[in-house]
Design a protein around this ligand. Structure first.
Ligand code: ADP
Length: 160
């Protein structure tokens, strides 16, 4: 049984993330989408809210589990018995960063391999930071995020 971890901040989760997750769930026996957090850094949304919104968005995918973790991704992967880290690639900018991250993780833990999936063109430009920016300026984020995130953020910001 191959377990993959899909780690990230997911602050908030976007349709681009969901696309990578769904493809990962078709390839691997189980995918754990794991929200990384730092107890000293709050982020845009509290980690437990991020987890809840993801849970709602992926509830129909049976082999996906949602979790959170603090500290090194490879330590979390070891603990969960995962042999794969799943990451998404949008542009060459992602590539430079991801290459370094993947090689670092591999040197920390020999048994872990990073698998990259390329995003579909329609999700290429979506990022959590651009969603946050649109929201702060009261723009429409409905095309970029799953319904759970849209409903939560719109209500919270008085848009709905
Ligand atoms: P991190 O803080 O670790 O970069 P993110 O939540 O920003 O976490 O992203 C997690 C993973 O999802 C990364 O591999 C990132 O490249 C990928 N990703 C982010 N946005 C998209 C998107 N629109 N399409 C595909 N992959 C994406």
């Amino acid at each position: 049984m191959t377990i993959a971890i899909y780690p990230g901040s997911f602050d908030p989760i976007t349709n681009g993330h969901i696309d990578i997750l769904k493809s990962g769930a078709e390839i691997f026996d189980k995918v754990i989408i794991a929200v990384s957090y730092n107890i000293n850094k709050e982020g845009f949304l509290p980690v437990d809210v991020r987890v809840k919104l993801i849970e709602e968005a992926v509830k129909d995918i049976p082999n996906v589990e949602v979790d959170k973790f603090e500290g090194l991704t490879v330590e979390y992967a070891k603990k969960r018995g995962a042999s794969v880290l799943l990451r998404g690639l949008r542009t060459s900018f992602d590539f430079e960063y991801e290459l370094q991250l993947s090689q670092t993780n591999h040197s920390l833990y020999n048994d872990i391999k990073t698998v990259f999936l390329i995003t579909k063109p329609e999700y290429n430009f979506i990022s959590s930071s651009c969603v946050r920016e649109i929201l702060v300026n009261k723009g429409d984020i409905s095309k970029f995020v799953p319904a759970s995130v849209f409903n939560y953020l719109s209500t919270k910001n008085g848009i709905l």
